[in-house]
Ligand binder design. Structure first.
Ligand code: UD1
Length: 428
């Protein structure tokens, strides 16, 4: 049995949506517990299947993760770890599993992690993570589908690491490992996503010495040990951006509670250019669009502070009914336009050539049966369905559960007409 979401299009949306803590921040904050034998507690955690997968992974290493307050508080302890091996059965479900490698290696001097699978959006290697550990003195051995890593006697050593391309995951992994390395580590061309800044803040609360995390060059002075802390997870800027698009695509006015403009300035600027009103309020971000189609705008995805790749599919859904032609260029992941053929089934006019998608805005989309192919593609189909005439049936919605907490309830809260049903298996 796989669930489907049935969306009835039409109608402006009004109201407010609470934004949860960031999935991608939580997925790197959780492995940080491996760096210390004292408790680490995260508040404002999102309740998502990816978080459950990370909970299972940490549990398989012997860490304790207690989920409280409906999953929004995670109390963790790595006091009694029993294993330094991240097993294929868990790692294959989620790429972010590689983030346990740095902390394990730094604290225990050795670790093995299965090579990850995850979303099918391009090759997504982990070579940059591994090169960073090598620069810190680790010896790596790739066999049986696992990376076996060993620190030199006396532990990892501080190093200057100049990343050839900006990688969020490699920056996080190297940052965590460097907190316990001997001496100073400098990460150049480092990612500066808000999730990196959040990780650095949490690590500092745990006693790490880190500077420059928002600047692209991060300097870390290694310390002998980290201690326990409590840390609130930063707001999810991708969930925020997704819901900010609702009034743009359906008309109406929606206030995203807890939203901060500094988390997505490039994205907000594009909405403004498209003719959508975006304002920071005391409680969050309000977007409104009262009448007519938005203007087509061109988008290039880039590392922060550029336009996020994780909002490209949703932006494409908006551009499907914009006035004019827009070009979306994907510079982070090849093969991240799997939503384009599905949107075309709803009447969108999209041509994909390599890393570019050209979208010719149409007057109206029509509801159709469509299939979710990855996390952000799934929500783009729901957004398109809300703007379309008639009924859209989205299959394979399990992708959504990885990254959108209570999506049906949140959308219904602003007047959207959609429901989740159990899909009968064709053989049943
Ligand atoms: C993270 C996010 C993901 C987001 C992406 C880019 C998490 C859990 N996921 O993914 O939602 O879309 O940042 O903002 O936080 N690369 C290499 N070698 C490596 C690592 C990466 O070549 O060792 C390449 C990737 O293939 C990609 C680019 O670098 O083309 C950026 O990827 P990266 O920033 O590492 O993405 P993730 O950390 O996997």
């Amino acid at each position: 049995m796989m669930d489907q979401i049935i969306v009835q299009g039409g109608g402006a949306l009004y109201g407010e949506i609470p934004i949860t803590g960031a999935k991608n921040a939580c997925l790197t904050l959780m492995p940080a517990t491996l760096l210390t034998d004292e408790p680490l507690t995260l508040t404002n955690a999102p309740r998502l299947s990816d978080i459950t997968t990370m909970t299972d992974l940490l549990g398989s290493l012997g860490a304790e993760v207690v989920s409280m307050q409906d999953g929004h508080v995670l109390a963790m302890s790595s006091h009694d770890l029993t294993s330094q091996t991240a097993d294929y059965e868990i790692v294959r479900k989620m790429r972010a599993s590689i983030l346990v490698l740095g902390p394990l290696l730094a604290r225990f001097g050795h670790a093995a992690v299965s090579l990850p699978g995850g979303c099918a959006i391009g090759a997504r290697p982990v070579d940059l993570h591994l090169k960073a550990f090598e620069a810190m003195g680790a010896e790596l051995d790739l066999r049986d589908g696992y990376v076996h890593a060993k620190a030199p006697a006396g532990g990892l050593r501080g190093a200057v690491i100049d990343f050839p391309i900006v990688s969020v995951g490699a920056t996080e992994n190297a940052l965590m490992a460097a907190t316990l390395a001997k001496g100073t580590t400098v990460l150049k061309n480092a990612a500066r996503e808000p999730e990196i800044v959040d990780l650095a803040e949490c690590l500092r609360r745990m006693g790490a010495q880190i500077e420059g995390e928002a600047s692209g060059t991060i300097t870390i002075q290694g310390v002998d040990a980290l201690h326990g802390a409590t840390h609130p997870v930063v707001t999810d800027r991708i969930e925020l951006g997704t819901y900010m698009l609702l009034p743009a695509i359906c008309g109406g006015e929606v206030e995203c509670l807890g939203g901060r403009l500094d988390l997505l300035e490039a994205f907000a600027a594009k909405l403004d250019e498209a003719g959508v009103s975006v304002t920071q309020t005391e409680r969050g971000i309000k977007t409104s669009h009262k009448t007519g189609r938005v203007r087509a705008v061109d988008v290039i995805t880039e590392p922060f502070p550029g336009f996020p790749t994780d909002l490209q599919a949703q932006m494409m859904a908006l551009m499907c009914t914009a006035e004019g032609t827009s070009v979306l260029e994907e510079k982070i992941f090849e093969n991240r336009f799997m939503h384009a053929p599905e949107l075309s089934r709803m009447g969108a006019r999209i041509e994909v050539h390599g890393g570019h998608a050209t979208v010719h805005g149409v007057d109206k989309l029509r509801g159709a049966p469509v299939m979710a192919t990855d996390l952000r593609a799934s929500i783009s189909l729901i957004l398109a369905g809300l703007a379309a005439e008639g009924e859209t049936v989205v299959s394979r919605v399990y992708h959504l559960d990885r990254g959108y907490e209570r999506v049906v309830r949140k959308l219904r809260g602003v007047g959207a007409n959609l429901k989740r049903i159990k899909e009968a298996h064709p053989d049943e």
